[in-house]
Design a protein around this ligand. Sequence first.
Ligand code: F6R
Length: 377
Amino acid sequence: MAKAPPPATTRRSPLTTIESSRDRERLRTVVFPEHSDLAIAVADRIVEVIQRETRARGRVVLGLATGSTPLGVYEELIRRHQAGEVDFSHVITFNLDEYYPMTPDSPHSYHRYMWENFFSHVNIAKENVHIPEGVTPRERVVDACAAYEDAIRAAGGIDFQLLGIGKTGHVGFNEPGSDAASRTRIVTLDTLTRKDAGADFFGVENVPREAITMGVATILDAKEIALLATGEHKAGIVARAVEGEISTDVAATFLQRHQSATFYLDLPAAAELTRINTPWILEGVDWTPAMVERSVVWLAERANKAVLKLSARDYAEHQLSPFKCSIGCATRFGDGPSCPTTSGCSCSRPIRTTTSSRWAAFCASCGKTKTRSSWPT
Ligand code: F6R
């Protein structure tokens, strides 16, 4: 029986996440306002899985990713290992992918990436590391891919799978067109993926056209999946993967079928989720003054009108009617005086909104916006 690693001792203040309505989201998302908290939260989870599985089974199987996104997680895991908080001697790993062809000592190789950024700094056994071989002769690739699947099965399956997401929505190198039943195989890289990698290779023409990747089905077999995304350049594809229909056009949407898949996002990567971008569209919004202000500014931009020119119809057409309805009873919003033009107005205190310098009041009953100067004193 393997010796259980020591429990983690690091204590820090609780990590902050953004909590709000997830009505539109088809899988679990966690949004971190503090970018560095994301790596800490994912490392926390990985350490928990390592400790739980090594205690229960004497080993644990991790599926790992490369790219810029997981670097913070690897740094955090190395730090914890060096602090004596986590033992990797019973950890078995399977990487998602490797370019093809690619020699393991190339600066672009995912073998080299993994050893330089992670494995060399922890006590993992070399024989426990598995990464698709970019030097496999072409005629042996199909067998090598089948052997990779066999090795994952023989290890007992992946307990925790780490993923990034490409701008095409790929997970691993499952580019648009990959289906839910796909397994480890050789694939052609999407033009956008090659373009994105172009800077690392000093020109898109140097980026390999193919790669060996775990399939969508291989990934979905993992017991737990964590997809990480950071940066505004990922916001569009993240929103598509989280809120869009499942489709072979975006491999990451297949994660919606998994029982235990979570997207860990920093705020820029979450920026196009409905609950971050236009939360007023969702039920149960907390109409704080800041929320009112954001929604009105958004509406003015959307309707291409000045705030004072917005009509009740504009509010209604852009699903801001809940906002309008809430004004009548929500005197907490404003300290403005009663609407000057409406007799019998149920709204005794019109809401105040502002763009950078101008104040306006919006009456719930008459639906008109008014400048402050038109309020009675
Ligand atoms: C890497 C991998 C890819 C990346 C994705 C995001 O092993 O499988 O799917 O996770 O291309 O890359 P970064 O993190 O560099 O934006």
